[in-house]
Design a protein around this ligand. Structure first.
Ligand SMILES: CC(C)(COP(=O)(O)OP(=O)(O)OC[C@H]1O[C@@H](n2cnc3c(N)ncnc32)[C@H](O)[C@@H]1OP(=O)(O)O)[C@@H](O)C(=O)NCCC(=O)NCCS
Length: 194
């Protein structure tokens, strides 16, 4: 039996109803990144209903929420210079090169939220690598249905997080950074091939 099940929040909404789902989402605690916790409580249901982004809940064998991730798709620019030939070839499949700016304009999948539930500490917790594997399983299903092949995400300039995304299993690569005035934060942008 699989250790974890992944369920689309809209399917869980059908099963539990809105009040039941809201109550269940209160289980999610992410003190390392309160923005994700806030998103789960305040936006995840609404955004899914409006199809802005879809949150997936990762459920462990005790039926507790071990983690969440949120997916959507969005246009992003990736600079052509500095890409290896093989990456350039792969990105070129899914993107147009703007020759003036020498940047690819890519329609990419976006991992908009990604975090473990730190309220789970009974041996049924999930590792970040396992969570990424489950995220890619969903992306590969979507890819099989409608195509596409680049995924990206934005993360704070934190060495531990950057190491995690770029490790041997997850294989994301940094392509740019973005300063958000709203959050007063610099985000590092990373992409991977699905
Ligand atoms: C990203 C994540 C899924 C990786 O999981 P993992 O590989 O199993 O790693 P861990 O949870 O053990 O964290 C690894 C280290 O990074 C640190 N860390 C994780 N997220 C962090 C964050 N947002 N800010 C600062 N440090 C963080 C942990 O404290 C830990 O430090 P330690 O090695 O000194 O104990 C998980 O760390 C997580 O859910 N973090 C909180 C949410 C988050 O920040 N998501 C990323 C948004 S871009």
């Amino acid at each position: 039996m699989k250790k974890f099940k992944v369920i689309n929040i809209l399917d869980l909404l059908d099963i539990l109803g809105e009040e039941g789902l809201r109550h269940y989402l209160l289980e999610f605690k992410c003190p390392l990144n309160l923005e994700i916790e806030q998103f789960v409580l305040d936006n995840a249901i609404e955004f899914a209903k409006k199809k802005i982004s879809i949150t997936y809940l990762v459920i462990n064998s005790n039926d507790d929420m071990a983690a969440i991730f949120t997916l959507t798709h969005k246009a992003v620019e990736i600079s052509n210079s500095g890409l290896s030939n093989s990456r350039r070839k792969k990105i070129g499949r899914y993107a147009d090169l703007n020759t003036e700016s020498d940047r690819f304009v890519v329609s990419a999948y976006l991992v908009a939220q990604f975090g473990k539930n730190y309220a789970i500490n009974d041996g049924n917790s999930i590792s970040g690598n396992e969570l990424m594997e489950l995220t890619f399983e969903i992306l590969q299903k979507v890819q099989r249905e409608i195509g596409g092949g680049i995924v990206y995400l934005e993360c704070e300039d934190n060495p531990k997080l950057l190491r995690f995304y770029q490790n041997e299993e997850n294989r994301f690569a940094i392509f740019d950074e973005r300063y958000s005035k709203e959050d007063n934060t610099k985000y590092i942008q990373l992409y991977a091939i699905v």
